[in-house]
Write a protein that binds this ligand. Sequence first.
Ligand code: UD1
Ligand code: CA
Length: 453
Amino acid sequence: MIAVAILAAGRGTRMKSDLPKVLHQVGGRSLVERVLESCCLLNPSKKLVIVGYEAQLVQQSLHQVGFLEFIEQREQLGTGHAIQQLLPCLKDFTGDLLVLNGDVPLLRPETLENLLKIHKLHRNAATLLTAHLPEPKGYGRVFCDGDNLIRQIVEDRDCNAAQKQTHRVNGGIYCFNWPKLAEVLPKLSSNNDQEEYYLTDVVKYLSPVMAVDVKDYFEISGINDRKQLAIANDILQNRIKDYWMAKGVTMIAPDSITIDDTVKLQPDVVIEAQSHLRGDTIIGKGSIIGPGTLIENSKVGKNVIVLYSVIIDSQVADGCRVGPYTHLRGQARVGESSRIGNFVEIKKSIIGQKTNVAHLSYLGDATLGEGVNVGAGTITANYDGVQKHPTIIGDGTKTGANSVFVAPVTLGENVTVAAGSVVTDNVPDQALVIARKRQRIIKDWKMSIKKKN
Ligand code: UD1
Ligand code: CA
């Protein structure tokens, strides 16, 4: 049986932030969420999250994750003190306890699985994830006898000059035989530079304690400051981009692109420079995204071109062309082979197939049929100051440049709207609507004024 405990009580002083460290985000998700996710393969019987600094905030942020127990560490007296808080709630627990620092967001689930396997195989009292870092500064150094058996862990700030030369570090990921750990936890003292109770000191009292090196040392990157947060972001981004490139996605200037790990891409997608794909986004085969595009929680079909545009919470069907400078938002849905062009904003509207909204328009709460041509500068006046109202435009209708539809209003099929019209009443199929004053010409007007003066 395995229980998991996540250390998430610290403030994270080095972040210089009001937000608790574990709530800072990497790739659209908080550090603590990512740590929780890394144990998804283990099926733990208990998931304990130790909270302290801004406990409520941390707890709230995880309200969607099921089966969590929160244990409060009122004063943050160190990682050992944090685990001491588990003694009452794990009183009768006889299995293994996996302890994960809440600031280690890049762990792979398979790595934890392997750690547990080795722990069980050797019947260790404790098994720790370690790595050989080129730059070990800031990490606890691990000292082993032969056979990877740990003798001592010394925190960076407690190391003497010789100890600092060691590049083998503690990853902050531990598997303990809980009854054995519970027995020695009360022995911890705070006799060190930080005057904290270090969890790492338990290795002095337990045996055998084994170090398991992680192959990809980036996995144990701990986040203590903004610089490390930025580096973790880069590492995650590289992982995600390598994955999609291997699946047949082309990226132009990949360093300027960001992709959340929740995004799904099909083969032959091309992502151009300065494009950002976030949240629950799917891009279909052969589509070209960017340069300069942000797409969030949206579905883009096959063979779509999106250039310098923002698409949020929306859908674009196959074969469309979007941009430059289009903004789709609030459940906009664009039908197949349509064209949405320069400086067009579409909110909560359905656009039929082969419809063009090519220049300088705002469509809100509108439903457009197939083969509609929206003239440049067409605007739906959908808001009366209190409520939003719908505009409906039938198949094959053409709106003149600079026309305004004062909603609620319905235009039938194959209607022609004269340029500059302000349409306030419904228009039947096949009609021409001119909703403006006719042009009047007053001849020799300038001369008559001059004469009067
Ligand atoms: C810790 C390890 C160090 C290891 C490194 C790996 C100790 C003493 N040191 O150092 O050997 O190389 O992680 O990243 O454990 N926390 C609490 N309560 C507390 C203190 C901390 O819950 O009282 C939590 C923090 O929120 C954080 C985690 O424990 O998520 C680690 O604490 P941190 O202060 O970052 O430890 P490090 O100095 O990085
Ligand atoms: Ca840390």
